[in-house]
Design a protein around this ligand. Structure first.
Ligand SMILES: Nc1ncnc2c1ncn2[C@@H]1O[C@H](COP(=O)(O)OP(=O)(O)OP(=O)(O)O)[C@@H](O)[C@H]1O
Ligand SMILES: [Mg+2]
Length: 373
């Protein structure tokens, strides 16, 4: 049971809230705001502040409530643009929701506020954080991340988030041809305080997953600490069944921090000795640092007949069995250049099958409880 207090919220939205089951709603108009006192018998779990209050009144009201109840969940109902989000979070509110929020999301929001759920409560402990990593650039991390997220979303629509953690040159948005309104820069700026706010920063992909896109300019990212990354990944893991993390080449601080929260790591290698040896070194260092997640996978990408290396050779160099073998295929960059997903290509699709096998391997290991090198 969740208690919702709607303050100066538009009547149509109050009606929609009232229609959702398993909670109580008290709606008050602008004129009664000052009458609500701390000792009223109705103690809300969630307060929604509507556009019946001016932004200044909303801020004052939120601050007054929070001074007495610091952990109260308060959201502003407004068009979630950058400035409103900044103002609201600055005032201690957890986020901004649009009047046009879907019934489903509204119900989720209310259920979550009532549960004040710890990590794992929502995803039933079955969430997977899959970090896609490699010591080398250009090996296909982003290609694998994007298509993996899309494939997981085919199985679990709405339950997948892709986090672009290549903070300087993240290019997920251009690979999928979306113009994000918000990026990871805003998520870190806001302190990733709350899942409600984070959701407003995500860009939906038509294939049924959400993306937190990388900053649109290297300078916009600003300094990000490992703590901020861990917190962000944890928030996502709380809300989504699958968190796919695309990283930049090498062992950047943010990559290491995301690995601390990971259940799975997918190492991507191409068929050249230098890359594969470096991959082995990276794995050794991560093991020494105690940062290897429980489940590790190897994806061999851009496989062709010309490298002079067999799958077995590559596995021996890395010291791991490969869970996915993706051939080199001209239509993979072609798809990316046109903002399409390689797994959705109709002709000569070389991506879908290996990634489906990969997803089966990931799920099987989850059920069995992991594998070790
Ligand atoms: N199997 C493949 N066959 C052909 N081209 C591929 C394949 N996989 C990826 N590519 C292409 O290789 C290029 C690099 O891929 P991608 O951007 O995914 O690598 P990355 O590891 O994310 O690079 P960075 O480290 O720069 O972020 C892209 O143009 C991509 O389309
Ligand atoms: Mg990349």
């Amino acid at each position: 049971m969740t208690n919702v207090l709607a303050v100066a919220v538009d009547a149509a939205l109050v009606d929609r809230i009232t229609a959702i089951r398993d909670h109580r709603v008290v709606s008050i108009g602008r004129e009664n705001v000052d009458a609500i006192r701390a000792d009223v018998p109705f103690h809300p779990d969630l307060i929604l502040i509507g556009d019946g209050l001016t932004p200044e009144q909303a801020t004052r009201y939120a601050q007054r409530v929070l001074s007495e109840y610091p952990s109260m969940v308060i959201a502003l109902v407004a068009e979630p643009d950058r400035d409103r989000i900044r103002e609201a979070t600055h005032a201690g509110m957890r986020g901004v929701i649009s009047n046009a929020i879907s019934d489903h999301e509204l119900a989720n929001l209310i259920a979550r506020a009532g549960a004040s759920a710890p990590v794992d409560a929502i995803t039933g402990g079955l969430h997977q954080v899959i970090v896609v990593a490699s010591p080398k650039g250009g090996v296909g991390k982003t290609t694998v991340s994007v298509n993996l997220a899309a494939l997981l979303a085919e199985r679990s629509p709405g339950a997948v988030v892709l986090l672009d953690l290549d903070l300087q040159f993240g290019d997920v948005s251009s690979v999928v041809d979306l113009q994000p309104e918000f990026t990871a820069a805003e998520a870190f700026d806001s302190g990733a305080a709350d899942s409600m706010l984070l959701r407003t920063l995500l860009t939906p992909h038509p294939a049924g997953f959400h993306i937190l896109c990388g900053a649109d300019h290297p300078a916009a990212a600003g300094p990000v600490t490992g703590d901020q990354v861990r917190k962000l990944v944890r928030q996502f893991a709380n809300d989504f069944q699958y968190v796919v993390v695309d990283t930049s080449a090498g062992m950047q601080e943010e990559t290491l921090a995301s690995l601390e929260e990971a259940t799975d790591v997918a190492f991507v290698g191409t068929m050249d000795v230098a890359t594969l040896r470096n991959l082995r070194k990276e794995i050794d260092v991560l093991a020494e640092l105690g940062l290897l997640p429980e489940r590790r996978h190897l994806v061999l990408n851009r496989m062709d007949r010309f490298s002079g290396l067999t799958q077995r050779d590559a596995e021996n160099i890395v010291g791991m069995h490969a869970d996915a073998l993706i051939p080199a295929a001209a239509n993979i960059p072609l798809a990316a250049n046109h903002g399409r997903l390689a797994i959705q290509e109709r002709k000569r699709n070389k991506m879908r099958q290996p990634l489906e096998k990969f997803v089966r391997a990931i799920s099987a290991q989850t059920r069995r409880g992991g594998k070790h090198l």
